[in-house]
Ligand binder design. Sequence first.
Ligand code: CU
Length: 386
Amino acid sequence: MNRASRWWALPLLSVGLFIGCAEGGDEWKVRPDPAIVDFPVANAEVVTQELVDPPFLPPHEQVASGPPRVVNIRFEIVEREVEIAPGVFVWQMAFNNHVPGPVPVVFQWDWVNLTMLNGTTDTIRFGTTDNQLAHNVDFHASTGALGGGGLTIIAPGEEVGLRWRAVKAGFFVYHCAPGGEMVPYHVTTGGNGAILVLPREGLRDGYGDPIRYDKAFYFGEQDYYVPMNADGTSRRYGNFALQMGDMLEVMRGLVPTHIAFNGTYGALTADIRLEAEVGETVLMLHSQANNPSFPHLIGGHGDWVWPYGKFANRPDEGLESWDVVAGGTAAAVYTFEQEGVYAYLNHNLIKAFLYDAKAFIHVTGGWDDELMTNTFTARPIGGDVP
Ligand SMILES: [Cu+2]
């Protein structure tokens, strides 16, 4: 039996202990298990996670089935021009050719082992041109060296490796942060995403009972500061670097010209159809790397909402709207009870409807009259009330 496999039974035992004492008051909290915290990286199993484009997450377990692991992930940074709204073109900084960047999923106390490229190994697949500027990554979930930003700065054509331990459980922003005015420039052109760090024992509700979700959707909210022409189209530039001066001038006004979920207008209302069934529990993950947001699910609720998207905190129950702080996240679960189209949006409704900070979730599976029904349908005023 090798050293790693001898540790295998410990977390399973620990999960039993956690659930047994997880009731009421401060006992909701889970004490860190020294056998997990002190587990040496040299003994950790190494696995590779293939990242996928948001709003989806890679396949993952919701409860850790073994000791902490080293999870290999790969970021390829692409500078690319994208039409984010009709006639509006932005040179984006895109982790893995997508805005927002992909969502790695690990457990608390795992190690994230990143290989990051300034550029791609497969330019044909990505259809990109050569990158112009240096990039790096700051993981809010990590500890030290500017969140890794100090150890990952790379010029176009370079790659770098960074391993860090996921010491906090929650949904955490990551973003490019190459220094000075480059920081907001890279973040507001799309250079951000978020990582999901699950508690090893899985998510728990306010009673301490396990929560298991059927689906998870990631709503990455992006504010843009686009130099516009008088006719409603944007100015165009030859590359990411040439766009910067004019864009910084728009940014100084602090008023976004465009706000989108998943990078482009219509991404989650028309281009991608999000679906769920009545009875399914959906984990709704939201990040905004540069501004606050106020998630709301029209027609539903946050059954359980973790303050600041951090799972070491007892979740709040039955919320109508909740908070995303700038450079932060939200995490909420909802179990759908009625069919219909639900809008998940920023309840700054100007940002939702005059801009595009919204998504639709199409829910099928039946209607419960006990929860809601027309007592009479629209008619001229003056009829009898049944
Ligand atoms: Cu960058």
